[in-house]
Design a protein around this ligand. Sequence first.
Ligand SMILES: *Cc1c(COP(=O)(O)O)cnc(C)c1O
Length: 375
Amino acid sequence: MSNFYSKLGVATVINAADSYTMIGGSLMPAEVIEAMADAAQSFVSLEQLHLKAGERIARLTRNEAAVITSGAAAALTVTTAACMTGADEAKAKAWPLHKGARNEVVIHRCQHNGFDLAIRQTGATLVEIGDTEGTTAEQLESALSDRTACVIYFDTVQFAKAALPLEEVIRISSAKGIPVVVDAAAQLPPVSNLWRYTGMGADLVIFSGGKTLRGPQSTGLIVGKERYIAACRLYVGARNSIARPMKVGKEEIAGLVAAIERYVNLDHAAVKEQHERLVRRLCEGLNRAGWLAERVYPGPTGQDYPLAHVKPAHSACTAEQLSKLLLDGTPSILVALTPDQQGLTLNPLHLNEVEAEQIIIRMSKLLDEGRDERP
Ligand SMILES: *Cc1c(COP(=O)(O)O)cnc(C)c1O
């Protein structure tokens, strides 16, 4: 497909999985690429650009303030550092922090995930509350102290089961003046999530720029209260700080502003209908070919869109083997497994009609192959 990738000998992949970083996150629409090319033609003050871009994004996302980072993972590092020092430039420069500084981040044990490293690389210690069965308000209250920098909350359906509701976390933490950071990296759609968490009282909320927003893969977004965003600003841009290795370029800043402008102005009802149509088409085509396909809802981490769950009616292969055959085949197709690992998940978020047909054709053949031979 792409001249650049084929010259380099790198295979392109049809993304029926999700906004996975390992295959490039998402694809940037033309408006985003144009904004980046435009921004590449002049020198500007990076600090002024950050400020103005933040103001524009705050308006577009109905928030008090906003700042751009080099990804949602970088935003975890930046928000942690910002909550450790506040908007104090001398402290931001003087890293590592002295003893007695606020260097603890409270996290639900059930929300623990690989992105913890982005928090811990500031030197902050994670203080875990609750277990895989549940968490009580008392456990949160007793974890909060004058050493607490912030409470981090990952809002996904998988992590929600044993966690306190976000409303309660905000109520308890705010009463003690401790900020709550929500990592909502992939929690779009609905578009209203861009302002829903801050509306609930969360102090800082993180989104990935390179997932549903379809901005540059190396961008992320923090929205929230001016007081805390002002502290985050000490950690982005050209200033030396522990987040200096996570700087974001002027082109990426322009790209993310354009992506957010585009996203908030989309006809969201039409996008929703497009997702439904793709899932319907995949289910029809695959059921006809001998798969057992059904629409499920919501999206992988609770987003407002449907998926197709697909199981082979007959096959000598496991779902994992089938997914590997799809990835290694032509065209190469990346799918996710169902939560029980017994079937495949097809995600419409980054698919078009042509690709959906390619998937149906390839998967129909795969079932025939899978009947006769083991991989
Ligand atoms: C994807 C993701 C991130 C990382 O996002 P990047 O923009 O790739 O850095 C962080 N947290 C959660 C919950 C995510 O899903």
